[in-house]
Design a binder for this molecule. Structure first.
Ligand code: FES
Length: 91
């Protein structure tokens, strides 16, 4: 955890929910779950793509090695990523 990604907002736009990333979760999926969202997932390790979603704004970093990288630059896997900047996601 670096100072640059503490206290970032993460907006789940279609869900109408915005949370604050303060480093207490490992992944964006965990943040969503802590906010009460029920989102699709399976492997939680960057392999199955069940958690793939569109990123509208912001930058992420993957928290694990060897994850499947979606072809589209704006598609991300939220089970194995963390925000680098404030984020807006299309979920
Ligand atoms: S849940 Fe399988 S890639 Fe995210």
């Amino acid at each position: 955890m670096t100072d640059t990604n503490s206290e970032l907002t993460v907006e789940f736009r279609r869900s109408g929910v915005t949370g604050t990333w303060d480093g207490s979760q490992e992944t964006i999926l965990e943040l969503a779950e802590d906010l009460g969202l029920v989102l699709p997932y399976s492997c939680r390790s960057g392999i199955c793509t069940t958690c793939q979603c569109k990123k509208i704004e912001g930058e992420i970093e993957y928290t694990q090695d060897g994850v499947y990288m979606p072809d589209a630059e704006d598609e991300i896997l939220i089970c194995c990523s963390a925000p680098k900047t404030a984020l807006v996601l299309d979920i």
